[in-house]
Design a protein around this ligand. Structure first.
Ligand code: ATP
Ligand code: MG
Length: 403
């Protein structure tokens, strides 16, 4: 066993929409803590406990990189606020001393501050206003140029007297928001190497959805590098969404059949219907309740309402398209936020850009799309083969993620 160090710092986490969940609250919190545990497990041992409306993450060994822990927690859905805090014994002299030392850097550079105190442990001999007076006095004596400003302070020093000790912290950082991943079921993301689909995956994961992913590759028209690009993109999504099982489908024979048997103007819509059929099969097999795509209305010929209707009709599950009403630049903002953009713009062929029609039909009827698809010989056998030969790769941003 590793030596247990006398703990000095912990991380305080505020959960968000969980407050709305009434009786389900503790189940939601349990899932959130499981996700946190998985996300931090490769950094070292933590213990997690709930304390009033806060989850406390306590490192159990000295060598844990807390900066990295805070960065990772910043991508865990279900958390709205993160504070790294010093832990102090329940003695007011120790508290005042710790407060000015622990936050010296922030206080040094600030013009104003205030102290807030919460006394959950009513046995503590000072009241909250008395704690504020003591701590505020000590800070003023060490930083005499600082002013107290209770309305709009540059630094808020928080002192929380809890059962296990006194926690002292400065500003709370915003968390990733959303709902804990796994509380909203499972869905299957169709991921290309583009900008939109990783964003779509992130958006649904943010609503608590666990992701499975499907990527269609058409070697030799698409390269190994294009597949690796998808792995990197999913790695970025998995920093938020946790572990993602990626199925790579060998799509070449199907695309060649479409090229050989279907009119050029219907290549894309037919291809997208086949993608939906295959993804639906994998999704149902993997226990998913929906598909997710990165389509945005009107962005390209296959993303008109009529074309989307043709695509939807081939899916056996509901299709979620979180980017549908977004402009490209709005999608790019999220793509940059999740650090995917620079990967997405690497120029590798996607199977969508293989055999691209010069004049795609933008308003196909469903009857026509079905008629065209019926031209494909052995369609069912090709789909069976594609599903059967799909390759599984587990994507986990942080290695031994236990989620
Ligand atoms: P993206 O930026 O996500 O590639 P896009 O605007 O380029 O989107 P299309 O290429 O028409 O749009 O693809 C629309 C959607 O179809 C994608 O968002 C993605 O969900 C899915 N898709 C496209 N190509 C593939 C692929 N090779 N494998 C899996 N899904 C794909
Ligand atoms: Mg694309």
């Amino acid at each position: 066993m590793r030596p247990k160090k006398r703990m000095k710092e912990i991380i305080l986490l505020k959960d968000g929409e969980l407050a709305l969940k009434g009786l389900n609250r503790s189940t939601f919190e349990d899932i959130l803590i499981k996700n946190l545990r998985g996300r931090l497990s490769s950094l070292g041992e933590f213990s997690f406990f709930k304390s009033q409306s806060t989850i406390v993450a306590e490192p159990l060994t000295e060598d844990i990189d807390l900066d990295e822990a805070v960065r990772r927690i910043g991508k865990v859905f279900g958390i709205v606020g993160i504070s790294r805090a010093a832990v102090c014994e329940k003695d007011i002299a120790a508290v005042t001393d710790m407060a000015w030392r622990y936050l010296a850097e922030e206080l040094q550079n600030a013009k104003s501050f205030k102290v807030t105190a919460k006394r959950a442990d009513k046995a503590f001999p000072l009241t909250s206003p008395e704690i504020c007076d003591e701590v505020g006095g000590a800070i003023l004596s060490h930083f005499p140029r600082l002013k107290v400003d209770v309305h709009d302070p540059a630094v808020t020093v928080s002192v929380e007297v809890r059962d296990k000790g006194v926690y002292i912290h400065g500003a709370q950082k915003p968390g990733a928001g959303g709902m804990p991943t796994g509380t909203g079921g499972r869905a299957c993301l169709l991921i290309s190497g583009g900008i939109d689909s990783p964003v779509a995956g992130y958006m649904l994961a943010k609503r608590g959805v666990k992701l499975t992913a499907v990527h269609f590759a058409s070697p030799p028209y698409t390269s190994q590098l294009a597949e690796m690009k998808v792995h990197s993109l999913l790695g970025k999504v998995s920093e938020y969404a946790g572990r993602v099982n990626l199925f790579t489908v060998h799509f070449t024979a199907i695309q060649e059949a479409i090229r050989d048997y279907c009119p050029e103007e219907m290549f894309t819509v037919t291809m997208r219907r086949l993608m939906m059929r295959i993804a639906s099969r994998i999704a149902e097999w993997q226990g998913c309740s929906a598909l997710i795509t990165g389509e945005s209305l009107g962005q390209v010929a296959s993303q008109t309402m009529q074309a989307l209707r043709c695509t939807d009709a081939a899916a056996t599950l509901p299709v979620f398209r979180p980017c549908i009403g977004m402009d490209k630049n709005e999608i790019v903002v999220i793509s940059r936020l999740i650090d995917a953009f620079d990967i997405s713009i690497q120029p590798y062929e996607d199977c969508c850009t293989v055999f691209t029609p010069r004049h795609p039909r933008t308003r196909p009827t469903l009857a026509y799309a079905e008629e065209i698809e019926a031209l494909l010989p052995d369609e069912d056998a090709m789909i069976d083969e594609a599903v059967k030969t799909a390759k599984l790769l587990v994507i986990e941003a942080y290695g031994d993620n236990a989620e």
